[in-house]
Ligand binder design. Structure first.
Ligand code: C2O
Length: 553
């Protein structure tokens, strides 16, 4: 296995987007940042030099970090941020996963421009469990803001109404927005040869939107999601929530020509209001320049049945590379509600909050009625507190395994007790798990302030998705739907709008692991919790000592 080592500079520089120059904070002067291409078993070492004016950390989304917990990256959770002029070295070995992952900043909204692909190929001498492809192409979907993303993130942290982005991007450029000549010049074009197979490694690095993705006249065979192989799944539309990845094969078996590859938002809720569609072009070699590309017929933006079909029909490649059978016994059962709510205004000054129905409020979010706050200003990260074996003053270990009371979670008109959940207390809580215990979590969406899909991401683990559905989870009926044979394996699940998902994982990774909604607006509102996984019995199953250059708070 190889060691792949880079030095990266996080820095401010000027770029042109949408016909204007802007100052952005990103890595090594590019958006997206550098791609990491490795094989399973390789070790990655990234020396980060923070030359920007902001605190920053980097996170390797989907990497287990077993034995390298100090490299996971969420600020104040596994490390204090790298201050301006500071440095830190991330080092981890990739084992037991292949496919497409990505990396991103885990501080404020900086991931808007600080992200890139992390592609894991099989070890030398091993091959993919699908037909050979002619070329592999990363497709990173992102968002562009004309404003300063650090400021936009700070507004969200206060609970103010989120600001929507100015464009969606494909591989860093605003793509081809309808009627926008500024973006058309920068459109990404993928040149292909007729009669070949291409593997698209699609990453939803957008901050706040799920997306439908289609290519005119071409269909996909999905072969992996979140760096885990799937049974080949044929579809003409792909759906991804922020944080998720999809590896899909296309055959260039159409007439020589150009075809739009288009993303449009899947809106699971009426409150999400970015209507734009962004496009890139798939151009066959020899295609005439003068003909306009063919446009795919995209689903309606509110087409939940199409999104749900994609999200639920994919199955894991049982028996394939790195497949681990589903644990059949459960040591820890949790039922976790999550959703958005309002909270009374606590910002000083007149007009600082959101005026709504005669009172001043802020937006907030919670899991099991606890609104998570990062332990900023408490002297250390959660992981350092865990390592010292003294959480006091940093976090508490009483995250509840059940919501405080049972109500009709998904019908706001019937949810009489649910108003109480509008005032979720702010806290920094962890749920303690025994080393190697198996954990099952029912993720239940709530309708306190409307419902929408929330992409729930767990650091440090992949999990099996046993079942998903709409309405209130009902164990007596829904347990019979569990797929123990070939469930999909993910690190981010888009829990259905007004519905539930049941996930299961083995807590074989000691440390502190953040669980959160990957919609960037919702994390600072508190849609998060954390797991504290106890040390195991052997040296290799214990949290190692922190690296010497770990940043101080
Ligand atoms: Cu991709 Cu906690 O994040």
């Amino acid at each position: 296995a190889a060691v792949v080592e880079y030095t990266w500079d996080v820095e401010n520089f000027r770029v042109e987007r949408l016909c204007n120059e802007h100052v952005v904070t990103a890595v090594n002067g590019t958006i997206p940042g550098p791609a990491i291409n490795v094989r399973e078993g390789d070790t990655v070492i990234i020396h980060v030099r923070n030359k920007s004016p902001y605190n920053v950390t980097l996170h390797w989304h989907g990497i287990f970090q077993l034995g390298s917990q100090w490299s996971d990256g969420p600020e104040y959770v596994t490390q204090c941020p790298i201050a301006p002029a500071g440095t830190y070295t991330y080092k981890f070995t990739i084992t037991g996963q292949e496919g497409t992952l990505w990396w991103h900043a885990h501080s404020s909204f900086l991931r808007a421009n600080i992200y890139g692909s992390l592609i894991i190929r099989p070890r030398l001498g091993h091959s993919y469990p699908y037909p050979r492809v002619y070329q592999e192409v990363p497709i990173l979907l992102g968002e562009w803001w004309n404003g300063n993303v650090e400021d936009i993130g700070n507004n969200a942290t206060q609970g103010l109404v989120p600001q929507t982005s100015d464009a969606y991007t494909i591989n860093g450029f605003p793509g081809d927005l309808y009627n926008n000549t500024c973006s058309t010049q920068q459109t990404y074009r993928l040149k292909v040869k007729q009669g070949k197979r291409y593997l698209l490694r699609i990453i939803n690095a957008a901050l706040n939107e799920q997306h439908f993705f289609k290519i005119a006249n071409h269909s996909f065979t999905v072969v992996a999601i979140d760096a885990g192989y799937t049974r080949p799944y044929k579809t003409d539309v792909i759906v991804l929530a922020p944080g998720q990845t999809v590896d899909a094969i296309i055959s260039t078996n159409q007439r020589v020509g150009s075809y739009y590859m288009a993303f449009t938002q899947y809106k699971s809720s009426a409150v999400q209001n970015n209507n734009s569609t962004t496009r890139a072009v798939l151009v066959y070699e020899g295609a005439s320049q003068s003909l306009a590309p063919i446009m795919p017929d995209l689903p309606d933006q509110t087409d939940t049945p199409t999104a749900h079909k994609f999200y639920t029909n994919i199955t894991g490649l049982a028996g394939g590379p790195h497949w681990i059978p589903v644990p059949r016994t459960v040591d820890e059962n949790m039922f976790v509600t999550f959703g958005i709510a309002l909270t009374p205004c606590d910002l000083p000054g007149p007009g600082a909050c959101i005026p709504l129905a005669g009172s001043n409020v802020l937006l907030s979010a919670s899991m099991n009625n606890e609104s998570f706050v990062l332990p900023k200003g408490r002297g250390s990260s959660m992981l350092e507190a865990f390592y010292r074996n003294n959480a006091s003053g940093v976090y508490t270990k009483d995250f509840p395994s059940q919501p405080p009371f049972v109500f009709n979670y998904t019908d706001p008109s019937l949810a009489s007790g649910s108003n109480l959940l509008s005032f979720a207390p702010k806290s920094t809580k962890a749920k303690t798990l025994k080393f190697n215990s198996t954990v099952q979590v029912v993720l239940q969406n709530t309708a306190i302030l409307g419902t929408e899909n929330h992409p729930i991401h767990i650091h440090g683990f992949n999990f099996y998705v046993l079942a998903q559905g709409f309405g209130n989870y009902n164990a007596t009926v829904d347990e019979s739907k569990f797929n123990f044979v070939n469930p999909q394996v993910r690190n981010t699940i888009s829990a259905p709008v007004g519905g539930w998902a049941v996930i299961r994982f083995r807590a074989d990774n000691p440390g502190i692991w953040l669980v959160h909604c990957h919609l960037e607006n919702h994390l600072p509102w508190g849609l998060a919790m954390s797991f504290e996984v106890e040390n195991g019995p052997t040296p290799s199953t214990r949290l190692p000592a922190p690296p010497v250059n770990l940043p101080k708070c």
